[in-house]
Design a protein around this ligand. Structure first.
Ligand code: FES
Ligand code: FES
Length: 156
């Protein structure tokens, strides 16, 4: 079936099987490999992307459900070679180890900061609670979100 979706501001088409997930359409059909595939069960958050402005686990959404809708992926964040402030903060705070969870974490963190520019640590942990990281122990990720917030004029 043909699915037509606006992805990162551009209308894209993909010919997918009816059971295909949005995650597989993004990765396998549209070549957007920033959105990661780890569990395919809605458990890890590595496949996080925005659908009509709301963060979803793209492994749990059918590609067909994205027909005519707006999808935003981690690729939308950087401006050419210039990293998005949240991406830069992750690097600067040492919040990236193997990096597999990082795109999903960055999506979740960006979504939070777009809604709440000065979140408490609790709010940060709550916002990232659907994203699993096997490497960092999470503290540096929370530090990165706080760093991004402080650079944007939010919290310290
Ligand atoms: S791959 Fe979608 S939640 Fe893990
Ligand atoms: S940095 Fe390796 S899973 Fe998070």
């Amino acid at each position: 079936m043909l699915v037509r979706t606006r992805v990162n501001g551009e209308w894209r088409e993909a010919d997918v099987w009816p059971g295909a997930s949005l995650l597989s359409m993004l990765r396998d059909d549209l070549g957007l490999l920033g959105t990661k595939n780890a569990c395919e069960q809605g458990e890890c958050g590595s496949c996080s992307a925005w659908l009509d402005g709301e963060v979803v686990c793209s492994c749990l959404v059918l590609a067909a459900q994205a027909e005519g809708r707006e999808v935003r992926t981690v690729e939308d964040l950087a401006d050419g070679d210039r990293l998005h402030p949240v991406q830069q903060a992750f690097l600067d705070a040492g919040a990236v180890q193997c990096g597999f969870c990082t795109p999903g974490m960055v999506v979740a963190a960006t979504d939070l900061l777009e809604r709440d520019p000065d979140p408490s640590d609790e709010a940060v942990r709550e916002a990232l609670s659907g994203n699993l990281c096997r490497c960092t122990g999470y503290q540096k990720i929370v530090d990165a979100v706080r760093l991004a917030a402080s650079r944007a004029g939010g919290g310290a």
